[in-house]
Design a protein around this ligand. Structure first.
Ligand code: AMP
Ligand code: GLY
Length: 438
């Protein structure tokens, strides 16, 4: 089979790395890909937003399966167009992907179907939003309705701050049309985790748990980013909680979308807040997480291609995914200055040493091939990912590998995975890190 992966980040590198291992795959393409991906796939110079270009390529090459990485092409309707042309595609339709692309839609869906989430109100009028802020009192969370490159969520601790944020989003339009409406919601405390399940619209298959590290700096300080590291499994999600998340959140969400005439096919990603053994939805995403996919792919034992193909084709017949009895940790190396301005083009050395290490993969996110070798070319640049028997072993190996990478322009968190250790201490040396099958 010929497979096309759409995207160019660490998530797509991890997907290509895993898909390449499948004996079912004869040729693997990635559009547009990156220098890391080019080791596993033939990179094709088509932008993720060029839906008709991707379609022409898929038709010409007789691609048997297209796997869409980022949300943007999904929001443009790539899955709809491929399906119209009879091409198998992994990823939801434009209408179903509104679960990520419109916070107002997803919050109303959760309210209508009784899916646990923070209490909220939605506003299209600035004055009404301000009045509500004065009534409910901070702390509260303000979210721009539409896509905002992960920057559209604000935790406001004072009324003044909240009004300023509303002004920025709704009057100054810092996110353009994405700020036509806002959601204002209750502030939730607890521990965050990422939960992924693949679905054909009816059958649902949970994947393993993960935890992302959204803040830039150690100890969850500093501004939010796309994710500075991740680990899997996330011990905060116990096997019992997994069942509850499936029963109360994932399955009802898939059913709700079907009932609304927006059947969801692909991977459903629920960003959860866990407190007192209960999960509530912070947000949904209509795609795999980045960097969560990097540790997930390293832990997956099963061939991923039959799962992706089944979702894109005849429906899920795969009953479970097998996982390595191991833990995985991904440390993101980001350009200094990210998530603000940063420079590009700084040379990176030492990647050959990392590539020679057992149980370590250097996934590329924002790199390009310069004259003398690999150079930085993005905010998040690399995701150094290691597999170990336990989370502490995986952390040690990941940071050993990070130490081999040389580049003046890169920075990283030094505490990725530490939150898991808290649970390890609470549950014994192996505790809930011992692996289970999904
Ligand atoms: P979202 O894009 O909705 O997941 O929000 C981005 C980040 O903002 C989340 O990962 C949380 O860290 C934080 N966040 C979002 N909603 C809430 C909430 N209701 N309470 C507390 N933190 C939140
Ligand atoms: N790691 C967060 C995201 O993929 O949205």
């Amino acid at each position: 089979m010929k497979v096309l992966v759409v995207g160019s980040g660490g998530r797509e590198h991890a997907l290509c790395w895993k898909i390449r291992q499948s004996p079912l795959v004869k040729t693997l393409y990635c559009a547009p890909g990156n220098p890391g991906i080019s080791k596993h796939a033939e990179c094709v110079d088509i932008k993720v937003s060029d839906i008709e270009g991707l379609l022409r390529f898929a038709r010409a090459e007789e691609i048997g399966l297209t796997v869409v990485g980022p949300e943007f092409p999904l929001s443009l309707g790539i899955a709809d167009r491929f399906a119209e042309e009879g091409l198998a595609v992994f990823g939801p339709t434009r209408a179903a992907s509104e679960i990520e692309t419109s916070k107002v839609f997803s919050k109303n869906l959760m309210r209508k179907y009784g899916i646990p989430t923070a209490f909220f109100s939605a506003f299209a009028d600035f004055e009404e939003a301000v009045e509500w802020v004065k009534e409910v009192k901070p702390p509260l969370v303000i979210k721009a309705d539409g896509l905002a490159s992960g920057k559209g969520v604000f935790i406001c601790r004072t009324e003044t701050e909240a009004v300023e944020v509303l002004d920025d989003i709704m009057r100054r339009k810092i996110f353009g049309d994405s700020g036509d409406r806002v959601v204002i919601e209750e502030f939730l405390s607890g521990e965050e985790a990422s939960f992924f399940a693949v679905t054909d619209g009816t059958n649902v298959l949970p994947l393993e748990s993960c935890q992302d590290h959204k803040a830039l700096l150690d100890g969850d300080q500093g501004p939010n980013t796309g994710g500075m590291g991740a680990y899997s499994p996330a011990p905060v999600i116990t096997p019992e909680l997994t069942q509850e998340i499936m029963r109360l959140i994932i399955i009802p969400t898939v059913k709700a979308l079907k009932e609304e005439g927006r059947e969801y096919k692909g991977v459903l990603y629920a960003g959860l807040m866990i407190e007192g053994g209960q999960a509530r939805v912070l947000e949904y995403n209509c795609r795999f997480g980045d960097p969560e996919t990097q540790p997930l792919m390293m832990r997956m034992n099963s061939d991923i291609v039959p799962v992706l193909s089944a979702v894109a084709g005849k429906g899920l017949s795969v009953e479970k995914v097998e996982w390595k009895d191991a833990a995985s940790v991904c440390v993101v190396l980001a350009s200094k200055g990210y998530p603000g301005d940063y420079k590009r083009g700084a040379p990176i050395t030492g990647l050959d040493i990392v590539e020679g290490m057992e149980n370590v993969v250097a996934f590329h996110s924002g790199t390009s091939a310069g004259n003398g070798g690999i150079v930085t070319d993005g905010g998040r640049v690399l995701g150094i990912t290691a597999l170990g028997g336990t989370i502490p072993e995986a952390i040690n190996l990941a940071y050993q590998a990070v130490g081999k990478v040389n580049c003046d322009s890169l920075c990283y968190r030094t505490d990725i995975g530490k939150k898991a250790l808290r649970h390890v201490l609470l549950t014994g040396p192996q505790g809930s890190l011992k692996n289970k099958e999904s």
